[in-house]
Design a protein around this ligand. Structure first.
Ligand code: SF4
Length: 424
């Protein structure tokens, strides 16, 4: 979400005549912040402190703090970091480049959270072959641990026509892979269009090779979505479906509005219709009130569902959220130990699943040069796995076929198939 906000801001700034460059050369520093996790918030504040010296080095420099931390802490930020010039919430980022061009002084803009759908269609993207497109903004599920509804506002569905126009414009520019983005894309609704309708329409746009979507919420995940995923060749065989906990008691305390059994039945149906689906999930360990029995249920869920990948976090209380004041807060050590156990199990499962791909030939969209070896490039499979193989930078942005030779928990190593057609 923040990556996309940064990208869209970059496009807007360029439209106003600014250019992206290094911090040393820059006149304007923009920090797009996140406060969903405490560590991200602390990291952002650390960067703001370091930017003070940068600003003092050359008169006329500006510091802009955007994103959900700006929304949450606008007054505190203004008081504690008076050298920040602009504090702009997620609902107002589209106004920023114009404001800066007009040189308005010391502005705080954090009040238009629910108006983002009025934002322009921006086709600038850092990558010329992969792009994310917002379909919703905000969220109103109010999961007990989550700060998003308070800092990103209520759910706003973007008009279908805006989404389709943006996707079509990106495809015309050469984009091959689109990710439809929202806090809970499955809840999309606009004038009778539901998420499966939108997904099917996007999937059928001529020239689009791959489409993904993130994030899904199990309470809104329907068989109609599975049907579109199974029937539309451009919809990738990967799904991120956060479970969060294997214990119904904890799911209820989290306010997630599904049971483990309902979640299991979704997974069973997905695997029935899309046998090669790659599943990923999020889990939180040490949520308030989680006892050993609850944790065992989560461990069992992880082991029995067998995800390709899982993003594992320990519970961290966030201000404004219901969970922060729930009874049964656990010591850090307990949360940490439980997290470590899950990480170990998941590493093994990811390795086992990835090893099963050895010998297979897969389609890879080459994304960037290997940061480690000059003669290698990195790409993504349709199942959203990283593949490293020998290749030259001219392959970047192309679809190639790669035979998998080795597998690790988060990376596959392969060899590009000889005499294969490389898709432009
Ligand atoms: S659905 Fe996701 S974004 Fe919305 S409140 Fe729950 S965890 Fe947060």
């Amino acid at each position: 979400m923040n990556d996309l906000d940064s990208e869209l801001l970059e496009g807007l700034f360029m439209k106003q005549g600014f250019n992206a460059g290094s911090l040393e050369e820059a006149d304007v520093a923009v920090l797009v912040t996140c406060c969903v996790r405490e560590t991200a918030e602390n990291r952002a504040l650390g960067r703001v402190s370091r930017l003070k010296k940068w600003k003092e080095e050359r008169p006329g420099r500006y510091i802009i703090l955007a994103g959900c931390l700006a929304q949450k802490e606008s007054e505190k930020l203004r008081k504690n970091y008076p050298y920040i010039d602009y504090i702009v919430g997620p609902g107002n980022i589209f106004d920023l480049p114009v404001l800066l061009k007009e040189q308005e002084q010391k502005t705080i803009l954090v009040d238009k959270l629910n108006e983002r759908h009025k934002g322009p269609i921006i086709t600038y993207r850092r990558s010329s072959f992969r792009a994310s497109v917002n379909i919703t903004y905000g969220c109103e599920n109010y999961c007990a641990y989550c700060i998003v509804p308070y800092v990103r506002g209520k759910l706003v569905n973007r008009p279908v026509d805006d989404i389709l126009q943006e996707v079509q414009a990106l495809i015309r520019k050469g984009v091959k892979e689109i990710t439809l983005l929202g806090q809970n894309v499955n809840a999309y609704w606009y004038k009778g269009w539901k998420f499966p309708d939108l997904l099917k329409t996007v999937a059928r746009i001529e020239g689009l090779e791959r489409v993904r979507f993130v994030t899904s919420h199990p309470k809104d995940f329907t068989d109609d979505i599975i049907k579109v995923m199974a029937e539309e060749p451009s919809v990738c065989e990967s799904l991120h479906l956060p479970l969060q906990s294997g214990s119904n008691k904890i799911l209820q305390r989290m306010g997630r509005r599904y049971t483990f059994e309902k979640y299991q039945s979704i997974v069973t149906r997905i695997r029935q219709y899309i046998p090669d689906i790659a599943l990923s999930s999020d889990f939180i360990t040490g949520f308030p009130g989680e006892d050993e029995e609850d944790f065992e249920k989560t461990r069992w869920a992880l082991e029995s569902i067998r995800y390709d990948t899982a993003f594992l976090f320990l519970y961290n209380p966030r201000p404004m959220t219901r969970a922060a004041s729930l009874s049964g807060q656990l010591p850090y050590e307990v949360k940490q130990q439980r997290l470590a156990r899950l990480i170990e199990i998941q590493q093994q499962i990811s390795l086992q699943i990835n090893r099963q791909t050895i010998g297979e030939t897969v389609s890879v969209l080459v994304t960037h040069p290997s940061p480690r070896y000059e003669e290698q490039v990195v790409g993504r499979t349709r199942s959203d796995k990283n593949v490293v193989f020998e290749g030259t930078p001219n392959l970047i942005g192309k679809l190639v076929r790669v035979k998998i030779r080795e597998a690790y928990p988060s990376t596959l190593i392969g060899v590009k198939c000889a005499n294969e057609k490389v898709f432009p």
